[in-house]
Structures are given as C-alpha cells and as structure tokens.
Write a protein that binds this ligand. Structure first.
Ligand code: ADP
Length: 542
C-alpha cells in the first residue's frame, strides 16, 4: 500500500468545542435551567468550563474509558459536561429520565457508571436508586448550592468545578476510543447500549452539517427541542459547536408556549424535535394567532411525521420540514432534502417526497431485504426490512453477548433496524412500520403509520394511533384511537371519509375510539404495546 501523506490528526470530540471556543467565542449559548433561570453564556465560556469539568473528573480519579452518566435537561451545564466527559476520554452516558426507576438503575449498573451528573429535578429519582447503583462513587448535582438530600457523596456542580484547576489540556486520544453511550429504550427486552467512538461522533456531526443533512452553519440560531438524552440530541449539540452556531437550550419546559416564545425572542432559524412537539407548536400558533417568521427549517423525526403537519408548517408559517429517520444505533440515517430533480418538480410531488422519511444520507448505507435475506428492489413500492451499515452505525452493543440485531452475509456486517420500509431509486425511504407494529390482516400488511398520518389530517383530530387487534376472520384488524381537539365531538364517518383517499379500502379501521391521551414512550413514540394491552378485550362492532 502506498500511504497517503496527510497529517496524523485524530477525529476527537474535543476538537469541536475547541473550534467553537476559538472562532465563535462570543456567539451566544442561551440556556434555561430547571429553576427557570436563563443563563446567557457563549462558546468560549462553555469551552473553558468543559475543561474545568475534565480537570475535576481527573481529580476524582476518573480514567479514560470510565463511564459517567448524566440525568439532565437541555441546559448549559449539561453541554459543558458533554464536552468535559468526552474531552478527558471518559464516556458520556446520557440517561433518559423518563424511563422507569428500575430501568434507570439497571442501565447505570450495566454501564458501571462511576459518577452521575444529576439535575436537581431528578434528585428524588437519584435518591430512590442510589442503593441499587453501587458503582456510582459521586453524585454531582447540577446546581450552585446543594439542597437537603439523602444521596451519598453528593456535591453541587458549581462548587465541584471551582475546586479544580482552571486550565486543562485535552489528551490526544485514539479516535476509536469510546465517547458516548446511549441505551435503546428496550421496549422489547433489556435496553441495549450503543457506544459511539470519537471518530463516529465527528463523522456523523459532519454529515449533519452538510447541505443534504441539516445544513447547520455558523449563521444559524438553533433551538434544541430534542432532549440531550435522546440519541445525543440527534448530534445537534456537536453540530452547533462544529459550525459555531448560536444555540438555545430550553431546559425542562418543552411546552409549545415556551418553545414559541424562544423561537420569537432568540430569532431561531433552525430547530429539531419529534412530531408531537411540532403538532403542539402548530396548535399553539393557531390558538394564539401568532407567527414565527425567523424559523426557516426544522428537522422532524423519531417517529413518522404526518403530511398535514408539513403542509401547515410550510403553507401557513413558511417553515421547511426535513423529515429524518434514525435510531440510537446510528443517530441520523436520512434527511429530507430535495435532489436537483425533485427541486424541479411541482409542489405536490415535492410534498410527497417530504412526507417520506428522508433520503439515504452519505455515510449510512441502506438496503432492503425480504424474510429470506434476499435483496428487495428499490422501486418505491416493494417493502422489505431495512438494513444499515456505515462508520457511525453501531457494529455491536456494549457488553451484550447475544446480539440478535446484526446479521453477517457475504457483503459483511449489517444492522437489522426492525423497520419495514420501501426505497426509491434516489434513496428516498418510506417507513411502512416497525416490524412489530405492522397490522397483519388476512395475510397482507397494513401500515399503522399511514393510517395514523391520514387520520391526523381529519378535521378535529389532534393525534391518532392505529393498532392491530385480534380478529376472528382476518387475524388482525386496525383499531384507530384518536385524541380530539378541544370541544370536538367524535364523528366517525367524517374521519373515515378523510382517510379514504389516502389508503386502500380494506385498510380502513374497523372501529374508531376517542381517548383522552395517547401514551408515549420515553423517546416520544406512540406506545403501541400499552395501547394493545389496554384494548386487548375490545369487541369489534358487528
Ligand atoms: P428507541 O430506543 O425507542 O428504539 P430510537 O430513537 O432509537 O429509540 O428509535 C428508532 C426507531 O424510531 C426507528 O427504528 C423507527 O422505527 C422510528 N423512527 C425514527 N424516525 C422515524 C421516521 N421519520 N418515521 C418513522 N419512524 C421513525
């Protein structure tokens, strides 16, 4: 091999924050903490305080490869900790506080976390699990002053970092060292730990900043409406540093009212979040008659975004919606940008692409296979299981012997995503369903996602969930559950009429029931398991 003659520089997360600290020192980072206080800081301060976090961790005896957990909201301290943990070479383990206490304790034990950074909002939770998490040597509470707590070895963050050196040189790590650890939510079995290397984080962040990713650049003002514990906030805390963009971290209050206010006050140009967040923002804008003229684009993903949401955001508020698909195992795998050809098509054709789950993004190679592992054509209509591989796709799980999620064939190692999808020749993907949620009626498949999307377009329907329930004749049939807008009566025929143009007639739900609230998982997805259990005794109408 004739080696290239480039410099031997490793791709490290610390290079991101250094870049932002050097070139965008006075660019704002604005954060609301859990007590409601707004902190206005900048990339230079975040960078120097992150170095202090590294120094304080070193003083605690933390070494490279040690796992350090965070149970925290989106704020400046969490951001400093993101960079402080990874900069030292220890591993940032973001814990989803919306999981059950027992699951959180299990995850911390499995990761063998040495130290936990915890928001004061989650003190009670930390107290409840402290005895079950013996690997934890210290609890650093993200606050100025410690309140009364039974937590052993608890310390206030501000005091803790102030006791350490104010200068710290990032070590030159190997880019393959582990940087982050994030567990899948484990709706089917124990959670699985996805460990990303520094190399992987830098590469996926670069992809996020490209024009076909989220086009994040230094002129942006970004509102991070994805929790930083949900797949590293979709890499946006890293992309904001790589580009030196202004970053707004909303803290615990992700209500539509708070988000709209911050979009207006901070002249937000780009934001990202799950569909439910944007559905509530649109409702808030409609209710109050307000506008968000600065907002140019949003990325929506994590679960399927209904077409009607995209139409309203673009037609009424001028916001371009990029529909993205991804998983904990790879962060972002697609983005909903237009190819040159699609940009030349009419609006209806463009919207059709937008409603798909984005296009294959360079760096995550996608492939469809049938039940026998044979390739399914990319014809835009043949469904298959989606497989993925690439430099930032998890190749294995942390400390998991029995990995059923990867398959090895002649072409190498592939991740089975568990999603059933179609793809077209330009790489646009449509997620038909999660394999376990698809409704199997008379041997054929009904996409619960498509039914939901069509139902959300019906008048008076605020949110919808379709689940397959046992049926004597067909095996399974769809039950549609809807949450109605305030003061709206359930009009089943109207809803069916609204769905009809979008799906085959045999897909139409056999029953529609209005419920108060649709349950969501810790990462904002409709919790179909809870719904299936709740309606397991449902009697189909005659
Ligand atoms: P969990 O831990 O809940 O599995 P992930 O965020 O890793 O959390 O979930 C990934 C899954 O979310 C994907 O496999 C897919 O089923 C679903 N998903 C993500 N984005 C989309 C999208 N744009 N459309 C439909 N489903 C999506």
């Amino acid at each position: 091999m004739l080696r290239g003659l480039n410099m031997d520089r490793q791709l490290l997360v610390s290079s991101l924050i250094d870049y932002a600290g050097r070139n965008h020192s006075s660019t704002d980072v604005i954060a609301t903490d859990s007590s409601g206080i707004v902190h206005r800081t900048n990339w230079s301060e975040i960078c120097s305080r992150a170095r202090q976090v590294s120094a304080a961790l070193r003083d605690e005896g933390i070494s490279q490869g040690d796992r350090i957990a965070t149970i925290a909201w989106n704020d400046h301290r969490h951001l400093e900790v993101y960079y402080g943990i990874t900069g030292l070479g220890s591993v940032l383990h973001t814990v989803n506080p919306r999981l059950r206490d027992q699951q959180i304790a299990w995850i911390i034990r499995h990761a063998e976390d040495q130290l936990v950074f915890v928001d004061p909002d989650f003190l009670e939770l930390a107290e409840a699990i402290a005895l079950e998490t013996p690997s934890v040597r210290k609890w650093v509470v993200l606050t100025d002053e410690l309140q009364e707590t039974s937590l052993p070895n608890a310390v206030a963050y501000e005091q803790w970092i102030n006791e350490s050196a104010s200068t710290f040189d990032w070590p030159l790590l190997d880019e393959w060292s582990a940087a982050t650890l994030c567990y899948t939510s484990g709706t089917t079995g124990d959670p699985k730990g996805v460990m990303q290397s520094h190399r992987s984080i830098v590469l996926q962040t670069w992809a996020t900043c490209t024009g076909d990713g989220h086009n994040v650049n230094s002129s942006e003002s970004i509102l991070l409406a994805v929790p930083m514990f949900h797949v590293n906030g979709w890499a946006i805390p890293f992309a904001a540093a790589m580009s030196g963009a202004k970053l707004v971290l909303p803290g615990p209050d992700l209500s539509a009212k708070a988000l709209v206010r911050q979009i207006q006050d901070e002249q937000i140009t780009f934001s990202a979040g799950v569909p439910t967040i944007w559905l509530s923002v649109v409702q808030q804008l409609k209710d109050t008659g307000s506008d968000i003229p600065s907002l140019q684009r949003i990325a929506v993903g994590g679960s399927a975004a209904p077409r009607s949401l995209m139409d309203t955001l673009e037609d009424d508020y001028g916001v371009f919606v990029s529909h993205v698909w991804g998983m904990t195992e790879m962060t972002q795998g697609s983005a909903g940008r237009f190819t040159h050809r699609v940009a030349g098509l009419n609006r209806e054709e463009q919207r059709r692409r937008q409603a798909m789950a984005g296009r294959e993004l360079y760096g995550v190679e996608l492939r469809l296979v049938d039940a026998n592992g044979e390739d399914v054509p990319r014809d835009g209509s043949s469904p298959g299981e989606l497989l993925a591989r690439g430099p930032w796709v998890a190749g294995a799980y942390f400390d998991l012997a029995d990995d059923m999620t990867h398959i090895e064939d002649d072409s190498g190692n592939w991740l089975r995503t568990g999603d059933v999808a179609t793809m077209d020749t330009e790489g646009y993907i449509t997620i038909v369903d999660r394999a376990k949620d698809v409704i199997k009626s008379g041997g054929e498949w009904i996409s619960s996602i498509e039914l939901e999307n069509a139902a959300v377009g019906a008048p008076g329907v605020a949110e919808a969930a379709a689940v397959g329930l046992p049926h004597d004749r067909w095996g399974e049939r769809p039950l549609l559950l809807v949450v109605l807008e305030p003061d709206v009566e359930l009009e089943r025929d109207e809803i069916v009429e609204a769905i009809k143009p979008h799906v085959a007639s045999w897909w139409l739900p056999d029953a529609i029931v209005a419920i108060e609230e649709i349950p969501h998982t810790g990462t904002g997805k409709i919790d179909k398991k809870v719904l299936r259990d709740r309606f397991s005794e449902f009697d189909w109408p005659e």
